[in-house]
Design a protein around this ligand. Sequence first.
Ligand code: SF4
Ligand code: SF4
Length: 327
Amino acid sequence: MSINNNNNEYLSCNIIEHGFDAQINSINLCCRVSKDNITGKIVLMPNYKGEKINWDNFFKITSTLRNYQKSGKIIPQCKGCIYLKKKVWDNEFYINTININNWIKCNASCIYCDRKEYKHHKEYKIYPLIKSLVENKYLRMPVDITIAGGEPSITSDFDKLLKLFIKNKITPVRVLTNAIKYNKYIEKGLQEGLINILVSTDSGTEETYKRIKLVNRHKNVWKNIKKYAKNQKNNTLVKTKYIIIPNYNDNQKEISEYIQRNIEANVKEGYLDVEMSAFYGNQSNGYFIEKLYNLYKYALEEAKNKDIQIFAFDRMQLVINKINNNL
Ligand code: SF4
Ligand code: SF4
């Protein structure tokens, strides 16, 4: 399906054009936060329970959003989003950006987790949906696929999904895993350079790990991270994340320990973020923003001349923007 139109320069993003977000009860457009805690959560298919998707009908639904952007307006949920770009879009119908967010089960119990309220919910199978995209040749490379959760590696669909991606060399696929359980298909994907992982440890010490995750798996997690790092094809595939949570880990000592654990595990990239509700509840508080910024600067300083780089992730980037704009 394609439409001839020479005037295809407009403000849009990869998700509006070629993506979707598989959520717990629905297929949505997006799970990202555009501005001020508003998300691109536009429900494309409500009450979705894993039914077969007619992709032509799906593209009819998404093309209304594309045409909205093309008309010069901005979807209200997307206003202010950093992912909007003005460029010439291709006007074709295929998928390359997917967030797999429908899983709930987890072997940790993080204090900030939003999945707990769904713990009795029955998850639908995502594998048939992705397989049908591949078989119908609607998945186009390079992809931007993120597998989140719950904890993906304890879900029965997960291994099949990774096997499908590895077999068809579908890349890059990002897996957000807590690394409590070691997974041989993640290992294989890392060895082949097709998969990358992001592990939120949010801590560097056993005590803080336990306070945040409510399980006692700190040593085991860093052992698994180290093993994944040993198996990665290049040294940027295994990354960790530290979500700053006020009164739990917002101190220099914990950040310093976190950097140390990464060095011991041979991880070369660490990301600092801020817990979502804490950030959006306090983003106008100058003291709060400054404290976060100072922790970020401290982390950069701690990592200096060591074999690791620290980056700002999502809300930490917003903190930096606020400081730079004197907000
Ligand atoms: S513009 Fe932002 S919020 Fe909207 S769909 Fe794209 S990434 Fe999501
Ligand atoms: S690891 Fe992820 S899914 Fe599991 S409890 Fe923590 S935030 Fe929730």
